[in-house]
Design a protein around this ligand. Structure first.
Ligand code: ARG
Length: 581
């Protein structure tokens, strides 16, 4: 149990000793630091329950609290607000405890198995800005949940199924009609065919095919038929599909690697296909499939709905299955293969209706046990300065690679001029660019839209990824330069030091709340606050040339504590710290 949690428990017991019971007791960091480090506001509520004056209650509580030497400066403000501070001796002990083991400052939760569906890259379609947020947030939530004791599996859930693939293959067929994949009489091994297509080609083929299909009904129909052929695993077409998925996946993996995003599972929508028959039977037997024109639909509206809730399209009029149906089949797959306690979907907020339909349809037939939580973790849009989803100058969706390159252009200019090696510049500026993007992504509450501002994101000052990296690197270099063996934190010498310790003490709550809200904004804020406080402390003291050895040792220990806390949290956010920048 973390120190703050333990402390709260003990205060709660002292309050109980004074005769009062508080259900959810919290030691709140004070917003009036001149009055105390923490405040206890419960006397007001207790006054109602116990029909006594809050001041009287506060006095009784204070009496109990005074028996514990860790609490000092206990006072009552106004009608019954209790303020208290922690003694310097105790805070020094806190520093030493956490320094020995940073996990002393983390609360873990009862174990749980969670699958996080994030990333959602589409095969042969360029990864774009929307996928960035899913990757950033999903990966960070996964790391946070693991840190707090959950077993978590991240699934890339690749979009490898459906019409886009039919369109791509149709276009390839137009370009290379003599390829053996299209030759029904081909007897050879498909593995041996040299496909003259790279991932870059694929990324241009899809938009081209999709434009053509809009104007040419016959072309579209051919693509539909090819889609069906892939789904029926027809020789040639199916083999080409596999090959394309492979090429595309390689590239997708590279981008995710740059982003520091790692999936435990690399399933695609197509992996749910083997569960389609079972899925169909379940819905058929439950008698909930309705015929509408030539399609089959499921009603999912409820009497309490305030907004319109359209039926879920189960099977399209042309017989093919929908995006909703794939997600339903994937629930069966996940249940059977992993049996999770929760499934989280970290997807663009604009898909909320889709998931509401899917979850309702799943609950309708108990596709998964009622106590398995299905949670949609929607996020806002990254907008351009015009307030609309961020696009390229000519109005197209910007690819993730272009976006990273754009930020990298800015971060490259900010590198220390002593870094002259071109390759090193490239690697470091990329890491910094990704930190800039990710941190900007985490700073607003998850569901909030935000505006993409290269200059602001890549600034070395202010609430930015580069500021955090730069500061953390400087802290590390200070520790490396230390010429004494530092083991013990002796005592607090300034209010800045005390603020640093109190900030760190509060970390377990920030972590738990972030997981509860499934948003990383508080961790992002915490990192900034801690780093800014440390930088203030750094400016106030000349650590390395301090003559008083005990003081110097204490300062170095505090420095190490901040460094380790920063590293831990940057790692949760999936941000890598370069050696220099
Ligand atoms: N591939 C989808 C897209 O690009 C995202 C997939 C999200 N996950 C899911 N289970 N539907 O929009």
């Amino acid at each position: 149990m973390s120190i703050i949690n333990q402390l709260e428990k003990e205060v709660k017991n002292l309050i109980k000793k004074s005769g009062y019971e508080i259900e959810n007791f919290q030691l709140l960091p004070s917003n009036r630091k001149d009055l105390g480090d923490f405040q206890i506001n419960d006397a007001m509520t207790l006054a109602k329950t116990y029909k006594k004056s809050p001041h009287l209650i506060a006095e009784e509580i204070v009496k109990e609290l005074s028996s514990d030497s860790r609490f000092i400066n206990i006072n009552i403000a106004g009608p019954g607000f209790i303020n208290l501070s922690l003694s310097n001796e105790y805070l020094a002990e806190v520093v030493n405890t956490i320094n020995k083991d940073i996990y002393e400052n983390i609360d873990t939760l009862p174990p749980k198995k969670v699958i996080i569906d994030y990333g959602g890259a589409n095969v042969s379609k360029t990864l774009h800005v929307g996928h960035l947020r899913s990757a950033d947030i999903g990966e960070a939530l996964k790391r946070l949940a693991k840190l707090l004791g959950y077993e978590v599996l991240g699934d890339a859930h690749l979009g490898d199924y459906g019409r886009p693939l039919g369109l791509i293959i149709n276009e390839i067929k137009t370009m290379y009609p003599t390829l053996e994949y299209f030759n029904e009489n081909y007897e050879g091994n498909y593995e041996d065919i040299d496909l003259p297509i790279t991932n870059e080609d694929l990324e241009t083929i899809y938009p081209k095919a999709s434009e053509k299909a809009k104007l040419d009904e016959k072309y579209l129909e051919e693509a539909r038929q090819i889609t069906a052929k892939i789904q029926q695993h027809q020789k040639g077409y199916y083999d080409l599909w596999k090959k394309i998925v492979e090429i595309s996946k390689e590239d997708i993996k590279k981008v995710y690697r740059d982003l520091n995003v790692e999936f435990e599972l690399w399933f695609g929508e197509s992996d749910a296909v083997e569960y389609l028959d079972e899925l169909y039977k379940i819905y058929e037997q439950a008698n909930v499939l309705k015929q509408s024109e030539n399609a089959q639909i499921i009603e999912v509206k409820q009497p309490t709905d305030k907004a319109p809730m359209p039926p879920l399209l189960f099977i399209k009029s042309n017989g093919s299955i929908s995006y909703e149906t794939t997600d339903l089949a994937t629930i069966i797959q996940r249940k059977k293969e992993y049996n999770p306690d929760e499934i989280w979907y970290c997807v663009d907020g604009r898909q909320e209706l889709h998931f509401e339909q899917v979850f309702r349809a799943a609950r309708l037939v108990k596709l998964i046990a009622d106590n398995v939580k299905l949670d949609f973790i929607g996020f806002g849009t990254m907008n351009g300065p015009d307030g609309k989803p961020f696009k390229t100058r000519d109005g197209k969706v910007m690819s993730l690679k272009k976006l990273i390159a754009l930020v990298q252009e800015a971060t490259r200019k900010k590198l220390n001029p002593s870094i002259t090696d071109k390759q090193e510049q490239e690697e470091i500026s990329k890491k910094v660019a990704i930190a800039a993007l990710k941190y900007a992504d985490f700073l607003p509450f998850r569901s909030t839209d935000f505006i993409f501002e290269v200059e602001k994101f890549s600034d070395l000052e202010g609430k930015t990824g580069p500021y955090l990296l730069y500061s953390t690197i400087r802290i590390k270099s200070l520790l490396n330069k230390a010429d004494i063996d530092y083991k013990t934190f002796y005592t607090i010498n300034s209010t800045t030091e005390k603020e640093i310790i109190l900030t760190i003490l509060n970390l377990p709550k920030v972590l738990l709340k972030s997981l509860e809200l499934k948003s990383l904004n508080e961790i992002a804020e915490f990192l900034y606050n801690l780093t800014a406080l440390y930088n203030k402390f750094y400016a106030e003291n000349k650590i390395l040339i301090e003559k008083n050895q005990k003081l110097k040792e204490s300062w170095l220990i505090l420095t190490k504590l901040v460094f380790n806390t920063n590293l831990l949290l940057l790692n949760v956010l999936g941000i890598n710290v370069p050696e220099k920048m």
